[in-house]
Design a protein around this ligand. Structure first.
Ligand code: ATP
Length: 294
């Protein structure tokens, strides 16, 4: 085992998110197209002789990374005590899957620290949260079930992302409750029909009309300020502007080879009204760049 062990935890974006009905386990059926972005937290694992701990400034309370470490140990993973320090760059409680990404990053680096059964890692990922499995293996994938049944995709057409974090967080559960109150869910049959079409639609360059988020009206209903950010992204030339996941972060998508440059120009132009505006690009599949050990 080589310490420190370093790993990036990539934010996720839902390029489309179709909402289905609630299931018996309380989660909702979903059809979504995930992708992983270069916007990433940084994890550094060092030795902690007095026992495992997690250090994560800006995130009070129990950390999903501590749950991931505890679950790995319960499955027989047995390195000496560890300290996981997390440098947060992904906005918190913002719809970009930051907590899930951090937990997924720990699951990804676990085999570098001690032997672990890959089947156990997959089970732990699914138990930690619906978004975690997609983030263990970053890159584009179609998610069904509650978003945890994955069909990995080789790649997507190029794009750049303008990220507009919002002033206040939105708890994911509250957004789903609001979506239920507003009656936004599609039927299971509708979701199944969309799923059949999505694979071929993705192969056909994912038309703009498919870049939609069914949770957006619920997020806007709880945080109307989101509308201003959506309009700002459109005014700054975004090909599509939408709420990321359950929000409240707003993203502008700039499609094509020049997308990343256009997103960067947009972020600069919006700096005065959105000081936390930033840009990101897709990580791509299989081009993971583990952070070099110092
Ligand atoms: P979702 O995965 O549901 O889209 P999100 O992106 O909206 O989540 P996160 O940033 O993952 O939100 O945080 C949701 C909550 O999880 C936070 O309010 C925080 O208390 C808790 N949390 C636990 N561990 C972490 C972590 N490592 N990073 C961020 N939040 C964490």
């Amino acid at each position: 085992m080589t310490l420190p062990a370093l790993e990036r935890a990539y934010a996720k974006v839902n390029l489309c998110l179709f909402l289905g009905p609630p299931r018996a386990d309380g989660r909702h059926e979903l059809l979504t197209l995930f992708d992983s972005l270069t916007l990433a937290d940084e994890l550094s694992v060092t030795a902690a002789p007095s026992g495992d701990r997690v250090v994560c400034a800006g995130v009070p309370g129990r950390n999903l990374v501590a749950d991931a470490v505890a679950a790995l140990r319960a499955a027989g993973w047995d390195p000496p005590g560890l300290c996981v320090a997390i440098e947060k760059r992904i906005p918190v409680a913002a719809g970009m899957g930051g907590g899930s990404a951090d937990a997924a990053a720990v699951l990804r680096l676990a085999p570098r620290l001690a032997p672990v059964d890959p089947g156990a890692v997959a089970r732990i990922a699914a138990g930690l949260g619906a978004d975690v499995p997609a983030q263990v293996d970053p890159g584009p994938s179609i998610g069904t079930g509650a978003g945890d049944v994955l069909l990995p995709l080789p790649g997507l057409p190029p794009y750049g992302v303008l990220v507009l974090p919002q002033p206040s967080p939105l708890p994911t559960a509250a957004v789903y409750r609001e979506a239920d109150r507003l009656g936004l869910a599609r039927t299971s049959d509708e979701l199944a029909a969309l799923r059949d079409e999505l694979t071929s639609v993705v192969a056909d360059r994912l038309p703009d009309a498919w870049i939609v988020n069914d949770l957006q009206p619920a997020a806007v209903s709880l945080a109307p300020v989101i509308e201003d950010a959506l309009q700002a992204a459109r005014d700054a030339g975004a090909d599509r502007a939408l709420v990321c996941g359950s929000g409240p972060t707003v993203i502008g998508l700039y499609r094509g080879e020049d997308g990343p440059d256009r997103a960067t120009a947009a972020a600069h132009s919006l700096q005065a009204s959105f000081p936390r505006a930033t840009v990101a690009a897709p990580v791509g599949r299989g081009v993971l760049d583990p952070m070099p050990n110092e």
